[in-house]
Write a protein that binds this ligand. Structure first.
Ligand code: 15L
Length: 268
């Protein structure tokens, strides 16, 4: 399947920059969106649609004429409540209202493993289990998933919410041996999410074929995602680099890692 026009939001972010050259292979035109002046110049087959996600008019303009959206935009870590609210709450409402307005058919939403970050590392969680967000950031991603569900139920806009683990060139620590997703697998999963015949609102964990995992993607088998990489090749090096974990540290107990002890909680 080749799309006429795809929109990539968050195109200037860590993952967006990685996906920018990769997604071009699947569409005639890749429209890129990010805040301010961060996108550089448009290459062949690219067009730029700068937009702050909290700016309704700019988001509506960005979605005009696109078949599908890969939504990587928004806040990707614990930040101030105001930043999370603008990017991940207001921004999601603007995006889905724009999709409804323009008749966009499918959105791939960069959700996060932090929607279930307060499960323990000795538990295996599936997309059917109740959420247990580990902070305001994870909570905002729960909102995003619920919003996607609402827009599927009411308006028939399809979404795949990808609870991305850790999408980096290589796992940075022991935790990421379980949560890592290679860039190639990230591309495979996004393409599966864009092209699977029927997705409704589906939730899938974004991970490679790691030897140890905390997530069970059985309920998302219909997406046809087959990871090809594994964190195992990095294990010896990661374990040598990061020794002795403190088993009483919440960041070691819970799946969300250090996210479980940071956040924009107000002074009491
Ligand atoms: C996330 O949601 C973050 O966006 C990313 O920077 C990583 O820290 C990742 O989670 C993770 O859990 O490793």
């Amino acid at each position: 399947i080749r799309f006429k026009r795809l929109l990539l939001t968050g195109a200037a972010g860590n993952l967006g920059r990685e996906l920018r050259p990769r997604l071009k292979a699947y569409c005639d035109t890749l429209r890129l969106s990010a805040r301010g002046d961060t996108l550089g110049v448009a290459g062949p087959g690219e067009e730029l649609a700068p937009a702050d996600l909290a700016d309704k008019a700019a988001v509506f303009a960005a979605l005009e004429g696109v078949e599908a959206v890969v939504h990587m935009g928004g806040v990707s870590t614990e930040q101030t409540w105001e930043a999370i609210r603008d990017g991940n709450i207001t921004g999601m409402v603007n995006l889905y209202e724009a999709a409804r307005h323009h008749g966009t058919r499918r959105i791939v939403f960069a959700s996060s493993n932090h929607v279930t970050g307060f499960y323990r590392q000795d538990q295996v969680v599936s997309p059917r289990d109740p959420v247990r967000p580990d902070g305001f950031y994870g909570l905002s991603k729960c909102f995003g998933e619920n919003l996607a569900q609402l827009y599927w139920d009411r308006f028939g806009i399809e979404t795949v919410s990808v609870r991305i683990g850790s999408s980096f060139a290589a796992p940075k620590d022991r935790r990421m041996l379980a949560t890592w997703m290679s860039f190639d697998d990230t591309e495979r999963l996004i393409v599966a999410a864009l092209t699977a015949p029927v997705v409704g609102h589906s939730i899938v964990y974004g991970m490679s074929d790691n030897a140890t995992t905390w997530w069970d993607n059985t309920p998302a088998r219909h997406l046809g995602y087959r990871p090809q990489d594994s964190s195992e090749v990095f294990r010896a090096e990661v374990e040598a680099r990061q020794q002795a974990l403190d088993r009483d540290d919440p960041a070691v107990i819970y799946q969300g890692g250090a996210f479980v002890r940071t956040g924009p909680f107000f002074e009491s």
